[in-house]
Design a protein around this ligand. Structure first.
Ligand code: NDP
Length: 452
């Protein structure tokens, strides 16, 4: 049977664009791609990229006092959101054009339309056009989920955080995950009076406790009103702003309320049930280790599969998909030991097991350097840095590394290579230190801080 395309991709985000581009330009197959919104997807348009630019803008608030500690003086420092926002908008337009250009140059046919899978090899576009393809790849990502509380329609999500015409004077952020904690830091640094409610004991559940505590403590020190063990009952719109009632019955007014309480797969009305693609409990597409769905001609990758919801993971899954389907090299994706950065202020990096999880697996040694780095100490700041290695007492392998330091994301990327290669504590010890740096502590921690 002759299909219109060898591959039809639904979704023009990081994973979908990578798969379409590489399939067309490197394997020579005929590729079509449908995107209903902007090219670049969550990461580029309403996620990692604009978020990181906002972190940079916000972080300046912390560098200014440090600069004074080095002898600089400034006239009154002011942040102008409208200037920043205009530049941000231009940058996102530029990046979207880059993504479109990548597809065009690779020879991918793009359709600015919503797609629905009608049959195992057939997609219907919102324009009414039907397209057939030998393989269909779903890369539609996820969307924020909001709990059903009274007045939730007054809340915004991370999608809207990049669209403020003017910054709010005060904001309540609900949630304690990556998105809530990163935005709390951003808003606070930009001068917005920031409150964060998290229903559990400590934000960033699942990460190493010592690192979470340090991040949360510093966030409070920098001015965020972080309240753990608290959630929202309802939100009411009043002339003074959004009146929220918390689970302890207290009320407070905020200019904006942002929810970051998780995301779910974008599979609503995406696939006709007669096609037979299995979905998981949260609507995610069930796939095997090769990203193949329960219908053989259909594959899915990225957040829509709810495996590890990170941009680089989706890109990795795309490359493995191309190898499997178009190069004849079945390639399973390895989802273990993924380095990650949380762009809170202070920034945190992590890979592997937390001390708490590692302890459940057997005897461990924990090496901790918790200290004031030279740069901050000299500036008169009491910010601390944390570098922590969790080591298996038997194999000596480094099972986990958790860091709270400036540029933790950059550092954990490089540490990730050694740890992914199976480095032992002795490999770290054999490595010469780079002096004077914060990272040198990683190779100079001789005695374990704890053995269990
Ligand atoms: P997360 O799943 O990380 O966190 C959700 C948070 O909301 C948790 O603190 C959770 O609490 C809380 N929560 C869930 N339901 C409710 C509720 N009904 N009421 C109150 N609180 C609730 O989701 P995010 O939205 O923060 O992030 C989504 C994904 O985006 C992440 O999985 C991450 O992979 C990705 N991401 C990655 C970034 C990075 O790499 N730097 C940056 C931003 C996002 P509890 O802990 O109790 O369950």
């Amino acid at each position: 049977m002759l299909f219109d395309y060898d591959l039809f991709v639904i979704g023009g985000g990081s994973g979908g664009v990578r798969a379409a581009r590489v399939a067309a330009s490197e394997t020579g197959v005929r590729v079509g791609l449908a995107e209903e919104d902007r090219y670049g997807g969550t990461c580029v348009i309403r996620g990692c990229v604009p978020k990181k630019l906002m972190v940079y803008a916000s972080d300046v608030a912390h560098f200014l006092p440090e600069a004074e500690g080095y002898g600089w003086t400034f006239a009154e420092a002011k942040f102008d959101w409208t200037v920043f926002h205009q530049k941000l908008t231009q940058e996102l337009d530029r990046l979207e054009a880059v993504y479109r250009g990548l597809l065009e140059r690779a020879g991918v046919h793009t359709f600015d339309a919503r797609a629905k899978i009608l049959e195992a090899h057939t997609v219907e576009l919102s324009t009414g056009q039907c397209i057939t393809a030998e393989t269909i790849l779903i890369a539609v990502g996820g969307t924020p989920t909001l709990p059903k509380i009274i007045g939730i329609e007054h809340a915004i999500t991370s999608n809207e955080m990049f669209n403020f015409k003017l910054l709010p004077v005060s904001i309540l952020i609900v949630g304690g995950g990556y998105i809530a904690s990163e935005f709390a830091g951003i808003m606070n640094g930009l001068g917005v009076k920031t409150t964060q409610y998290y229903r559990g004991d400590q934000i960033l559940r699942g990460f190493d406790n010592e690192a979470r505590d340090l991040v949360a403590g510093d966030m409070v020190k920098r001015g965020i009103d972080l309240r753990c063990g608290l959630n929202l009952e309802k939100i009411e719109k009043t002339p003074k702003g959004l009146l929220v009632t918390d689970t302890k019955g207290k009320t407070q007014v905020f200019d904006a309320v942002m929810y970051a309480t998780g995301r779910s797969a974008n599979t609503k009305n995406l696939i006709d049930p007669s096609v037979g693609v299995s979905l998981g409990a949260k609507g995610e597409i069930v796939v095997d280790e090769y990203s193949q769905a329960t219908v053989p001609s259909i594959y899915a990758l990225g957040d829509v599969t709810d495996r590890v919801n990170l941009t680089p993971v989706a890109i990795h899954e795309a490359m493995a998909f191309i190898a499997t389907v178009f190069r004849g090299e079945p390639t399973a994706v390895d989802h273990t030991l993924i380095p990650t950065a949380i762009f809170t202020q202070p920034e945190m990096g992590a890979i592997g097991l937390s001390e708490e999880k590692a302890r459940l697996q057997g005897p461990i040694e924990v090496y901790v350097a918790n200290f004031q780095a030279m740069r901050q100490f000299f500036a008169g700041s009491d910010d601390k840095s944390l570098l922590k290695l969790v080591v298996c007492a038997n194999s000596r392998k480094v099972l986990g590394c958790h860091i709270v330091v400036p540029h933790a994301g950059e550092m954990i990327q490089l540490l990730g290579i050694a740890i992914k290669m199976g480095a032992t504590k002795e490999d770290f010890d054999r490595t010469m230190a780079v002096h004077p740096t914060i990272a040198e502590e990683l190779v100079t921690m001789r005695e374990p801080t704890r053995k269990t």
